[in-house]
Design a protein around this ligand. Structure first.
Ligand SMILES: Nc1ncnc2c1ncn2[C@@H]1O[C@H](COP(=O)(O)OP(=O)(O)O)[C@@H](O)[C@H]1O
Ligand SMILES: [Mg+2]
Length: 421
């Protein structure tokens, strides 16, 4: 299916659902005019300021060029009603799909879809209403909301094949890693951006590639967010776990080229290079093409580096530094538990839990505290040490279910811990 046919189908479908004879007027916005009207903030604006106005919301996936060529089903799916869960859309900047709302007593139906065309992401909005006055009023509110958001100057990681990732001001203190490792990553990234002239003096291109490897849930993505929040460079990301194809990879690098200094993130590289639409030789060519670019840092993450094509790792200038994020040692587990649970639980209980979580990722360790606090909130009681230990049991059982057969030291029972309450 060609792009224009797809566009035509989208618009005729929306027009058919909102016939003129029934009093509907359909407006179409794209590019700059949509941005000027802050239409991209519509969902956020309604959720934050007028949550009861929304009567129906269905989400829509991003439609890549690959979808036109190979996956007609993706086009069909994009017309079906796919509801996102609220958590997936916590910050919906760049919403897609349908929002139906009632404004000043009048129905307003909005439909937005975006297409990856060549280098750009092209967004089109349809708005159908029977009351122009109501729509104008909505636009005024939207304008005010857009201005407020602009003032916040929220930093985001721009995601080529998914929703952008908002970056809250996170400090290096929130990240628990072996001390030397965090310092090393930080100084390498800061050093890269601080000294372009050093590269020039040495006659080498100002570009490097880093790889963060290690099991899931140990802080690779959190480190990227921390870097994004503390580095004055544009961050552009491609997600290996989402629909990805060659054109998106190229798009990310083209974008970076246009806004150096920039960091290009390839998240879950091991998954990315296995994607149907990605050719490894094309990817290697792209990386090598970057040699002539100045000011682009590439950082990839992966869970299983041993599964990567050796050509990716063993050629200098592709990924010249590899950091492995290990499963956390006792010291780090305790530090994380204290950070999240220090206010509620005794140090004895936290130490006990740290001891009994060997082999667990940071995500699981954190979950023990979060789960304990949530349970107490549900039961409407103050959290105590026994709740933390109960939560440890719950999470351990969950984890065992998730990875049947993987036994570790954490299964050993504790000795000698006295609960303080
Ligand atoms: N090293 C860490 N320090 C602090 N929190 C962590 C760490 N690792 C994981 N977490 C917690 O677990 C969540 C998921 O970790 P993430 O960085 O996404 O893991 P991954 O290594 O799979 O990218 C984080 O958002 C954070 O809440
Ligand atoms: Mg990750």
């Amino acid at each position: 299916m060609s792009e224009s046919l797809f566009l035509q189908r989208q618009s005729s479908r929306f027009l058919a659902a909102h016939p003129r004879e029934a009093g509907w007027v359909v407006h179409e916005f794209g590019g700059d005019s949509a941005e000027e009207l802050s239409l991209n903030y519509l969902l956020d604006c309604l959720r934050e300021w007028h949550p009861t106005a929304i009567t129906r919301r269905t989400a829509l996936p991003l439609v890549g060029v690959g979808a036109f060529r190979n996956l007609i089903s993706a086009c069909a799916a994009s017309e079906a009603s796919i509801s996102n869960s609220a958590s997936e859309e916590a910050n919906a900047y760049g919403w897609r799909g349908t929002i139906e709302l009632i404004w000043n007593g009048h129905d307003i139906h909005c439909h937005m879809f975006s297409l990856m065309l060549g280098k750009g992401c092209f967004g089109i909005y349809f708005v159908a209403t029977k009351s122009l006055a109501a729509f104008r009023d909505l636009l005024l509110v939207l304008e005010r909301y857009g201005k407020a958001r602009l003032k916040e100057k929220k930093k985001e990681i721009y995601v080529v094949n998914g929703e952008n990732i908002p970056v809250t001001a996170s400090s290096w203190d929130d990240l628990v890693l072996p001390a030397q490792m965090a310092r090393d990553i930080r100084s390498n990234v800061e050093g890269f951006f601080a000294s372009p002239e050093r590269y020039a003096a040495l006659g080498i291109p100002h570009r490097r590639g880093f790889l963060f490897a290690g099991p899931p849930g140990c802080g690779k993505t959190l480190t990227l967010k921390t870097l994004a929040s503390n580095t004055p460079a544009k961050f552009i990301s491609v997600l290996g776990t989402a629909d990805v194809d060659d054109s998106m990879l190229r798009h990310a690098l083209d974008l970076a080229e246009g806004c150096t200094p920039a960091v290009v993130l390839f998240e879950d590289l091991d998954r990315m290079v296995q994607a149907k639409g990605v050719s490894i030789s094309h990817f290697l060519n792209l990386l090598d093409g970057l040699k002539v670019l100045n000011g682009v840092l590439v950082i990839a993450t992966c869970n299983e580096p041993e599964k990567l094509d050796p050509a990716l790792l063993h050629r200098p200038s592709r990924f010249d530094r590899v950091w492995t994020f290990p499963l956390p040692a006792l010291e780090q587990r305790l530090a994380l538990l204290r950070k999240h649970g220090g206010l509620y639980f005794s140090d004895g209980a936290l130490t006990e839990v740290a001891r009994r979580t060997q082999g667990m990722s940071m995500t699981y360790v954190q979950e023990i505290v979060v789960n304990a606090l949530l349970e107490c909130a549900h039961e409407d009681k103050a959290p105590g040490d026994s709740d933390l230990l109960r939560s440890l049991k719950t999470i351990r059982a969950q984890r065992k279910d998730a990875s049947k057969g993987v036994e570790s030291l954490e299964e050993q029972d504790s000795v000698g811990f006295c609960m303080s309450n």
